[in-house]
Design a protein around this ligand. Sequence first.
Ligand code: SME
Length: 186
Amino acid sequence: MNLDTDHQLPASETLDMSSPEAKRAAYELLSSQCAALFEHERDGLANHSQFAALIFNALPDLNWAGFYLAHGEELVLGPFQGKVACVRIPFDRGVCGAAARTRAVQIVKDVHAFPGHIACDSASRSELVVPILVNGQLLGVFDLDSPIEGRFDPIDAQGISRLLETLVERSNPIGAHQEGGQFGGR
Ligand code: SME
């Protein structure tokens, strides 16, 4: 996967993540691509949308990748790539709700074994959800789904967390934390 030299945009090729070393190298590359993507643009909606597209296309074996944004005790669907998904998730439901409630990364090897898992796409077998905290406040979560059991490990969790830090540092906030609330309530 190389940067398009004319536009400095990442090409949409899937990265090799077949070994821990390859996976670490892939996240290093994604880190510099994120920095390049957000270098001249702070628009929150544009950058979060780009982030979802970058991850969905670069990581192997995903069937969904995107944001759920915190609105009170509920998560509301944000920019994503993949099939149409459920829009509102209360904090007491599903893997995303657990990440929002506990503010801890959730790595689920087999979603069928997770009590309360919400099956937006029946193809999903494993899931990684990373909470996004800004100045101690929960902005939302970033959710990745895979059709492969046990697809995600701590290297993915650490890699995605780091990429999200770059996104948040370099973008205006979206969701309830944006002034005026772009993805407002009901
Ligand atoms: N499976 C998630 C719901 C979101 S979809 O996967 C896009 C969950 O249990 O929280």
